[in-house]
Design a protein around this ligand. Sequence first.
Ligand SMILES: [Zn+2]
Ligand SMILES: [Zn+2]
Length: 309
Amino acid sequence: MSLRVTFLGTGGAVPTTQRNTSSVFCRREGDRLLFDCGEGTQRQMMRFGTGFGVSHVFVTHLHGDHTLGLPGLIQTMDFNEREAPLSIHTPRGAGAKLRALIDAAAGRPSFPLRIREVGDGDVTLERPGYEIRGFETDHDTRSVGYALIEDERKGRFDRGRAEELGVPVGPKFQRLHAGESVELDDGTVIEPEQVVGDPRPGRTVVYTGDTRPTDRTVAVAENADLLIHDATFGSDNEARAGRTAHSTAAAAGEIGERAGVERLALVHISSRYAGNSGRLEREASETFGKGAFVPDDGDTVSVPYPDAE
Ligand SMILES: [Zn+2]
Ligand SMILES: [Zn+2]
């Protein structure tokens, strides 16, 4: 099952020539999901070849740098005669305002548009093999982050061991792997535990949107494979980060370290660090204890299974 994340916009509230406002595109096998949709996101989708076939947009909060791309994207989808429904997830209590923003600029599209409010802990999308859950963040308006959490996978089937035990190659292999016991021709019963390993964890990707560092993020992102965290400022603007309800790179690194995440992507980079994002990577890596990275717009990362060889 492929799981890939493309950073469409890695800049803060003010875009620069290098960094667009916030948007993260996620593709899991055939599903295309969009997290936030700042101004100009549809052009980023064209530039980086993601296509417009997204079924769900997850909005972390209503600030313009996370939402102003929605009316334009919806208008283009309408021009393209889209028929498939589009669901937009937004923090609890923010649905009516988001509807008004879209109505004012894009009108009523001819495809079904659903707006769904999300609170802390809500499973807002359930799909075979994974779900998307909202979690509380700490910004200066109603806000949530989102976690993509995959189901556990079946344990590994030990083919060699099964053959040693005399299980004939064929349907009995599948039945054992599915958790059933099987009886051999000589009456011996083989239990699945004899040939199937422990269940293996799925993958987790967490996107905070704009937020101060919080314990809730640490809990949600525990052992995540990829954490995408607000890192608007460097240590030179620590007080400003607190005042404006954002995080410094060092604070994002600390959250990543406490949660034990595998990889940490720093986004929402303030325009004042244009050309100097290496400073943020260094500061975050110091607290994170390993390499944190500031993606460029258009960068794509694959998220492998934790037990992948
Ligand atoms: Zn923002
Ligand atoms: Zn914001």
